[in-house]
Design a protein around this ligand. Sequence first.
Ligand code: SF4
Ligand code: SF4
Length: 239
Amino acid sequence: MGYQDKCELNQSKWTLEQFKEWQEICLHCGACVAHGPIIPHNNEELPPDEWQSPERKCPSLEYYKLKTFSGQGRLLLTAAVFRDRTEITDDLTNIMFTCNSCGICNEICPPYLPMHVTLACREEINEKGLPLPEPLPELFENMENKHNLFGLEKRAKSVPDLPEKGTDLYFTGCYTSYLLPEIGKVNAELLRLGGLDVSHFGTEESCCGEVARQAGNRKLLRRLPGTRSVRWKLQGQRE
Ligand code: SF4
Ligand code: SF4
């Protein structure tokens, strides 16, 4: 797989097996964990200052202060998992799920995409049916059975009063639809004031599945009606 292909990698397009074949051990430049890159780019001089990575680069690295909890640390552990050189232990699972998927390491390192690697390792953990950190099992069950994160039967009463058809879709999401309806009302008003032709799925809106995607459960993500309905809407099939 070429550099450009990797830069354009979209998580929805690869399979886990493909990703395992593509995944490589990184260059160890240090940009996602330290000052880096520290490797002379032309065998003569250190890279210029403007090539240095941002001072603050990985929330979990800042918190744990161990390289294991950085993009590179997770990338190297995942490589060992995919090459059958290490077992997935509870500690390893914990390391993978303490990444908050912020994506900074992907910005720093497009050739190796450490966050995508972490998501692939989470998918492997799901595929193997290994224990997941709490409360993920409960959230997955809620999404599957009730189509919302909280397992609630009814959404908040004041889902924005918007038409079902319109050029622009306001997808409120679980928190706003079920717990924070006031935010939905304010957002809808702001969007209208901004001149958008705002529509809403109303009671048909279902969980978008972002938690499943980030937790490596893409099988569940694909089964959720919310994912499909947004796609239909964006393709204009409900107009
Ligand atoms: S993952 Fe990328 S940025 Fe981080 S050390 Fe490896 S090559 Fe450098
Ligand atoms: S995506 Fe994860 S590993 Fe990468 S910078 Fe954010 S917290 Fe760190």
